[in-house]
Every structure is written in structure tokens, then in C-alpha cells.
Design a binder for this molecule. Sequence first.
Ligand SMILES: NC(=O)c1ccc[n+]([C@@H]2O[C@H](COP(=O)([O-])OP(=O)(O)OC[C@H]3O[C@@H](n4cnc5c(N)ncnc54)[C@H](O)[C@@H]3O)[C@@H](O)[C@H]2O)c1
Ligand SMILES: [Zn+2]
Length: 405
Amino acid sequence: MARFTLPRDIYHGKGALETLKTLKGKKAMICVGGGSMKRNGFLDKAESYLKEAGMEVSIFEGIEPDPSVDTVMKGAAAMQEFGPDWIVAIGGGSPIDAAKAMWIKYEYPDCTFEDMCKIFGIPELRKKAHFCAISSTSGTATEVTAFSIITDYKKGIKYPIADFEITPDIAIVDPELAHTMPKKLVAHTGMDAITHAIEAYVSTANSAYADSLAIHAIELIQGNLVKSYNDDMNARDVMHDAQCLAGMAFSNALLGIVHSMAHKTGAAFDDHGAHIIHGAANAMYLPKVIAFNAKDETAKKRYGVIADYMGLGGSNDDEKVKLLIKYLRGMNDDLNIPHCIKNYGADSFPTEQGFVPEEVFKERLHDIAANAILDACTGSNPRQPSQEEMEKLLLCCYYDTEVDF
Ligand SMILES: NC(=O)c1ccc[n+]([C@@H]2O[C@H](COP(=O)([O-])OP(=O)(O)OC[C@H]3O[C@@H](n4cnc5c(N)ncnc54)[C@H](O)[C@@H]3O)[C@@H](O)[C@H]2O)c1
Ligand SMILES: [Zn+2]
């Protein structure tokens, strides 16, 4: 038996933000990031719509990108004090993920961060508040997922919290919020979305329900991501829906080791000024992981199906896998994303020698590989890597060398 869970309601299309006027409750706490929602007027709109719904509104702002355990604890304390019956998170993956973790702590004040990280171990929520998520980036789809990613900066590790309890009650997917994204964010979040769809499709937890969403998401992203990056706003609108479809797929079919590796390398080189942005990490590692996973016959067939839907040609599955890898690398080029960590430079643009020195990478390789194997996303990957294989794979992601094992 398997379970397929989504928010009760998904409001989508231009003007969907106005749905906030219809929420029923007494007190809403808006959780938001550093300023883009404020600058672009969406925070004001959200606040006034909630007031129109008759609610008292409090705002918790300043949630940083890749939110920390500290921020989660601070936000939960603010919730304890205000006592909202609605939590309304607006912004990119970071503020929405942080708000999900705050929600758990608000409902269960004794719950520690370690308790939250027990996969599918969250107690029943919604005793105090319901949750509405409004996404402003086109990638994480956290507005519809059962996940929240919080960084423990003391350990330099991102931890996924995973449970259908934290799947929001309401998702608002209004493309107008995505119009203000800078190009780089479009590129990163878009590659995150295609990684979600591809990993979900080949995951061992795949299902007919998730497959249909993943495949259609891949087709839409193929047709629209590069256009959206080049400021085509119709394509930007399509991408906002596409990333949400990909999210509905992976929230249920789970992910694979591209995400395990991205989670464990993301903050591992912060001391060298090299925060590896989630979407950029995925974009670099995805082609390598496809080559690794394609040694598994079932995964190879599934990559072949993806290549067929994308119209990439190829007369057998081996050729199709190669064409898929080539296509994805071409997308990285079109989006100005490097192919490997060695070339990961300022602002995530490709450069000859990036932030992470060779010797530092090698020094940390063993621990990163061990942590990646333990990541919650590894279990549903179609091929289970050994420590030695994971280290080899990470080295290929560092040097952009071919995966032939
Ligand atoms: N919960 C999940 O299912 C899931 C899935 C994948 C990734 N994640 C996590 O989500 C986080 C990344 O989220 P993200 O990629 O959405 O970015 P983000 O939320 O970290 O935002 C990045 C930056 O973009 C700005 N921004 C956001 N929306 C904007 C807009 N419309 N216009 C202008 N600027 C805008 C923000 O202010 C911030 O400075 C990571 O921590 C990642 O690990 C979560
Ligand atoms: Zn992701």
C-alpha cells in the first residue's frame, strides 16, 4: 500500500493571492524572508487580504536563505506569544520551510530539532493552526510538499524534515509573485524543479499517480525554463505551475541521491565563501547521477521514457540516457551554471578555478560521502551507492569527469 497526499486546495493562476481574503480564522501569522516580498508589495497585499478576512495579523520577517535551526526556534517563540490559528508563509523555499518547522515547534513546544528530523515521525498537527503556503520562486514547490529543509550551521549540514503532517493545507501558486525573480534565481530554482521531476520518476517509490505529474512537469520545464530565464513572462508563468507539478510528484514519490549530495555539499564549504546554492548543486550533479543510476536496468528504462517524452531521439536506452545527459548539460550552459564544483565561482557562475580548492574537497570527501549516504533522499534512489562509489561520484562532480562505474 502507498499513500498520495497533497494540500486540500491549490489555488493557481494570476490573482490567486486574493484567496487569502477567504480564509476563516482569528489570527494569522505571516512568515516571510528578507525583503523581496515587501519591496514588491506582496507582503502588504497579503496582510491587507487577511485583514479583510477579519483576522488579526502579525508578521515574522527576516527569515534568511537556507534557514537555520536558530531562526526556527525564534519564529516558534513568536508564534507561542501571538497564538495564530493560521500560519501564512510567503516567499521562496526558505521562509516556507522555516515556517513549517516553526509550526511543529509551536504545536509541540517540547519537540527538539532532533525530534523533528525523525523521518515520518511528526505528531499530529493542526491542533493550534492551519498552514497556507504562497511560493514566490519556481522550484522547491514546498507549498505542496511534505518536506522542510533546515540547516544546522554548527555541523554545516542540511537536514530534511519529512512528514505528510507538514504538507500545507492550502497552496497558492500565483505566477505574479515569480515575475520579480532575478535571472539567476530563475535558473537555479528551475533546475531544482527538473531535478525533482526526474528523481521522482526514477525513484523506487514511483507510482502511476506521481509519474503523470513528473512527466508533464519535465515537458513543461523543457519547453519553458530557458525562455523564462531570458525574460519571457508567459514562460515564467508556465514554470510556476510546472515546478508545482514536479513538487506534487516528488512529495509522494520521493527523491534520490542528487538531492542527498546537494544537501550535504551545500553548506560544507561555507568557510571558503562557497555556499553551493541548492539548485546549482542539483544542476551540476544530476547528469552524473543519471550516468551512475543508469547501470540499474529499471532506472535506465525510465530515463529512456523521459528522453522519449522530451523527443530527444536515440534508438535504444543507452543512447537515450546519453542524449538526456547531453540535453541537461546544454541547459546548464544556456542558464550559465557550471558543470562541476571545481568551476563553481562567484555568484555561481562558471569560472576556471572556483571557490573550493582541490585539497579541501578531498580532505572533506569522506565525511561528505558518508553524510550523503545517510541522507533521507538516498533510500529511494534506484541504485544504492557504497561509500567508495559515493566518493567516486562526488569526485566526478568536482572535476566534471565521466561516470563509468
Ligand atoms: N521543502 C522542500 O520540499 C524543498 C525542496 C527543495 C529545496 N528546498 C529548500 O528551499 C531552499 C531554497 O529555496 P528557493 O530556491 O525558493 O530560494 P530562497 O527562498 O532561499 O530565496 C533565495 C533568494 O531569493 C529571494 N526571492 C525569493 N522570491 C523572490 C522573488 N519573487 N523576486 C525576487 N527575489 C526573490 C529571497 O529574498 C532570497 O534572497 C533551500 O533551503 C532548499 O534546501 C526545499
Ligand atoms: Zn530540491
